[in-house]
Design a protein around this ligand. Sequence first.
Ligand code: UGA
Ligand code: MN
Length: 330
Amino acid sequence: MKLKLKTVFLLYFMVSLMGLVYALMQLGQRCDCREHDLPKDRTISQLRGELHKLQEQMRKSEPTKASKKTSLPTIYVITPTYARLVQKAELTRLSQTFLHVPQLHWILVEDAPHKTPLVRDFLAASGLTYTHLHMLTPKERKLQEGDPTWLKPRGAEQRNEGLRWLREMAAAAGGKGQTVENAVVYFADDDNTYSLQLFEEMRYTQKVSVWPVGLVGGMKFERPVVENGKVVRFHTGWRPSRPFPIDMAGFAVSLKLVLDNPEARFDGDAQIGFLESSFLQNMVTMEELEPKADMCNKVLVWHTRTEKPKMKREEALIKQGLGSDPNVEV
Ligand code: UGA
Ligand code: MN
């Protein structure tokens, strides 16, 4: 409909312009006066130039826009997030990466009892296509201050909530439509660093695609090892015997596989290091994995972690009644 209107508008514009050019030429024939011809000629050539420019713009922009919209599979990115000092900084960096990725739908799931105004306003201003959800991690499953980070898995309930939304959305669409049939699901934590190329690598995932993850597990990188185009084992520093010894950032699954396995979810009680396996193990075999990123020779995502900011000076100033203005959002 949009395209048709544009075509009609362009036709109308061209016909009017030709009429105008013709009228001006007729006027020109009847007039002998050279002073009158000059501005008229200039107007005509200006209008011709404008017309040419417009035609070029239409030619360049229309086919790319249309093909991007209709043919690219959607990437649904599920991100768990929780309130802390660096949250807005993490979300800013992440969202500005995602803005460069066509046909991406961000499912941001807050680990909170309700959606917070900070995240709601942030998403509204982000310019991204998104869904805002929340799911509080039950207290007994949550890391307490001072607990070692390996004690309990993080983000499990939030990723499951994202999966629930996807399954409901797909059911409502009757499993049909471009955004459902070829879509891909990726679990992107809010603190990692993602190359734009990673998203193009995962876009045509059939079942589960895999690639290396940099700076993880006490290694420069972990990765699936590929022989003759197939994953045969995993390069990891710890328990390579796990069903899928890969980090959350190292794989994407097709939405179809998620829908075909309605029970598949992350086990919030999984032993340390087994969270990814708890989701993948009943859906796919090692032989079926699709190696990406130059047969797993290229690192396109890094398991970066942000340092917790020290607030010693802030606390000292608060004691003196001189703390930062609480109305300024960080
Ligand atoms: C590693 C893996 O890369 C994670 O995918 C995995 O969930 C985690 O270990 C684990 O063992 O559970 P790590 O850097 O240690 O990652 O974990 P975080 O980045 O602290 O947390 C993973 C995600 O969960 C982040 O998006 C974070 O915002 C979120 N999170 C963390 C919550 O939603 N709630 C929390 O209380 C903590
Ligand atoms: Mn992390």
